[in-house]
Write a protein that binds this ligand. Structure first.
Ligand SMILES: Nc1ncnc2c1ncn2[C@@H]1O[C@H](COP(=O)(O)OP(=O)(O)O)[C@@H](O)[C@H]1O
Ligand SMILES: [Mg+2]
Length: 376
């Protein structure tokens, strides 16, 4: 059942219709709503009581055309000749269109106008149905997005735990074992070789630990995006010896977003910064995280060597999984993603996601793609 507002007559629309019919017929025309109140008329002063009375009669349940003949006009003083046609929508009289003059001449116009209004109401109702369907689709999309993200994150958590509990333990045992072996070595050369092995395993353990932390940003869960990003950037800057400026705009340390929004932005920050460490050879990095007009935007800019960032270029998608991963994450939210780079001029990554569901449905194709991905 369409909403009340879609069943009620739009006065502006009613007035235009009245003007058209009245100028055609050179007679008075008016439209009353379902309460018998005139909402549009050609000439208000000239309206006889007939239309209002008729409207009341029509809305009292007896939904029929109502006309006043020449004889009636004589009998009912002050009541002008004319015809009134109900406007029926969803089995209900939502208004009445009245045309003065000879009922024979006026009736076809009044009926045509009534049908026209009914068609307009129908089209509004269809539009509303469509809007409801779109809203449901958006809600469904949000559910899928959250599901996809939580599955990915669960998987990472599992791997992280395994790396931490199993792999790290084994590596630690190997380190201890190698140290014991080194002590028992028969000569200096053997001792040296075993100690080198031990150092290599120690470095591997460190890398595994780092990987486990990357996979599972516990800080993010506990303290939120702003604090976790700040800490990540500090550690990164230290680890790779690259100065990084991080700027938070319109964000406080306490501010929390949904876990999906937080993890998405965090992962993009990680990937963008890792790319800089791996490929850019940059001496300076700027990071901006900004909340503005219900959008969260992350910008990561480096002054490194740059590359050909045309996403459709010859390299194809397979060799750019990191970049496409960032793009995909943003698109799950109907957001905006761009990577701009020029050789020797550095690279900038922009990721923007809406903090509330967006109205426009430009990306329905990619949504369905994600839906099917999820089902597979
Ligand atoms: N900040 C950057 N500076 C220079 N080159 C970059 C940068 N980010 C990405 N690239 C280039 O884009 C390619 C694709 O990046 P990505 O999809 O993350 O894959 P990967 O990091 O695994 O190589 C990289 O191999 C690199 O050549
Ligand atoms: Mg990468």
């Amino acid at each position: 059942m369409p909403k009340e507002e879609f069943q009620s007559l739009d006065p502006k629309f009613a007035q235009s219709l009245v003007d058209i019919v009245a100028s055609e017929l050179k007679k008075n025309v008016n439209i009353t709503n379902d309460k018998g109140v005139i909402i549009a008329s050609f000439s208000k002063e000239r309206i006889g009581q007939v239309h209002e009375a008729a409207a009341q009669r029509l809305t009292s349940g007896n939904i029929q055309e109502f006309s006043v003949s020449a004889e009636d006009e004589v009998r009912l003083r002050g009541v002008r000749r004319g015809v009134n046609v109900p406007i029926i929508f969803a089995d209900r009289c939502v208004g009445v269109i009245g045309v003065t003059g000879d009922p024979e001449t006026a009736a076809p116009y009044a009926r045509l106008a009534a049908r026209f209004v009914e068609a307009a109401l129908q089209s509004n109702a269809n539009r509303e149905k469509l809007m409801i369907a779109l809203k449901e689709k958006r809600e469904l999309q949000t559910i899928y997005v959250n599901k996809i993200i939580s599955i990915q994150e669960e998987e990472r958590k599992k791997i992280s735990r395994e790396l931490h509990d199993e792999t790290s333990q084994s590596l630690t045992s190997i380190i201890v074992g190698l140290r014991v072996l080194a002590e028992r070595a028969h000569n200096e050369a053997d001792h040296e070789q075993i100690m080198q092995m031990r150092d290599l395993v120690a470095r591997t353990l460190e890398a595994v630990h780092h990987l486990a932390v990357e996979l599972r940003p516990l800080l993010l869960d506990d303290l939120g995006l702003v604090v976790a990003s700040q800490k990540y950037v500090e550690k990164y800057s230290q680890q790779y010896n690259i100065p990084v400026d991080i700027d938070f705009v319109n964000l406080s340390r306490e501010l929390r977003f949904t876990p999906e929004v937080e993890i998405t932005m965090y992962r993009i920050l990680q990937e963008a910064l890792t790319n800089i460490a791996k490929h850019a050879n940059a001496s300076n990095v700027q990071v901006v995280l900004r909340r503005h007009r219900q959008k969260l935007t992350l910008i990561v800019v480096d002054n490194g060597i740059g590359f050909d960032s045309d996403l459709s270029s010859k390299y194809g998608n397979d060799s750019r999984l990191g970049i496409f991963g960032m793009k995909e994450r943003v698109e799950l939210f109907d957001g905006y993603f761009a990577i701009c780079s020029k050789a020797k001029e550095g690279t900038s990554v922009v990721a923007e996601i809406p903090l509330i569901a967006k109205k426009s449905k430009k990306r329905s194709l990619s949504n369905s793609k994600h839906v099917s991905l999820f089902n597979n």
